[in-house]
Design a protein around this ligand. Structure first.
Ligand code: HEM
Ligand code: HEM
Length: 187
């Protein structure tokens, strides 16, 4: 009996996938909590940290996209065509939202005329001048973008769990670190 080689995501892709997922979930929890805080120095500090970590997510997502375009993805696990198309569309939308979240936050910050520093180490330029219309629009994108992202992540994670426990295929295992290195050249 021949066994197909397990073609997996490489370690760096796995690291970026799980690190960015954790950061985004943490950013969401902090973002929703900090807006409820009473005005204080602590609130300002949490806002500053939210922004610095958010810019870090933007850098990691840009690195991830470059890495993704420079390396071949592992070939799709055999599955019905509609599932493959749905997975591709979801992954594309997840990438769009992974960029839209930090960029809309940065735009909101700029249009509100707040300065932006990265962990107090350097200043980032404003993406836009002070502008109440852009400010309002960017804030809506930031808030509703987050809920859209969460909806897609629930679908995405449910699909991964279904592939693992119901279809018993490699979809989830090949994105998990700590398993044997790939037999093939999957990236
Ligand atoms: C992955 C990145 C990010 C995620 C997931 C995220 C998520 C969130 C969430 C869920 C909220 C609460 C929204 C609400 O209910 O009003 C929020 C608020 C906020 N975020 Fe982000 N954020 C990210 C990046 C950034 C960045 C890079 C900046 C600025 C440079 C930023 C600036 C803000 C500000 C200023 C608020 C408060 C909005 C207000 O006071 O109404 N965020 N964020
Ligand atoms: C904020 C959370 C998450 C985001 C933004 C995210 C995003 C993505 C993206 C964009 C891909 C496509 C890989 C690429 O082309 O670079 C992917 C793949 C994958 N994700 Fe996530 N993900 C998240 C959370 C999760 C969770 C919670 C699970 C599982 C419970 C999961 C399981 C997987 C698996 C198994 C793959 C590989 C799919 C395949 O090989 O076809 N992800 N993820």
């Amino acid at each position: 009996m021949t066994r197909e080689p397990a073609i997996r995501w490489n370690r760096f892709s796995q690291l970026l996938h799980w690190l960015i997922a954790l950061l985004i979930l943490g950013m969401g929890i902090v973002g929703l909590t900090m807006t409820l805080m009473a005005p204080s120095i602590d609130k300002l500090k949490v806002y500053a940290l939210h922004k610095s970590f958010g810019i870090t997510v933007l850098m990691l997502v840009a690195l991830r996209l470059v890495w993704r375009l420079a390396h071949r993805a592992p070939p799709p696990v055999p599955m019905p065509r509609w599932q493959h198309v749905a997975a591709q569309a979801t992954h594309f939308a997840l990438y769009v939202l992974m960029f839209a979240m930090p960029l809309s936050g940065w735009l909101f910050n700029s249009a509100s005329n707040f300065p932006l520093q990265w962990f107090g180490l350097f200043h980032l330029p404003a993406l836009w001048g002070p502008d109440p219309v852009v400010k309002h629009w960017a804030r809506d994108v930031h808030e509703w973008g987050f809920w859209t992202l969460m909806g897609l992540v629930v679908l995405h994670a449910a699909a991964a769990i279904k592939h693992h426990y119901i279809d018993h295929d490699e979809t989830l295992r090949r994105m998990l670190p700590g398993l044997p290195p790939p037999d093939g050249d999957g990236q």
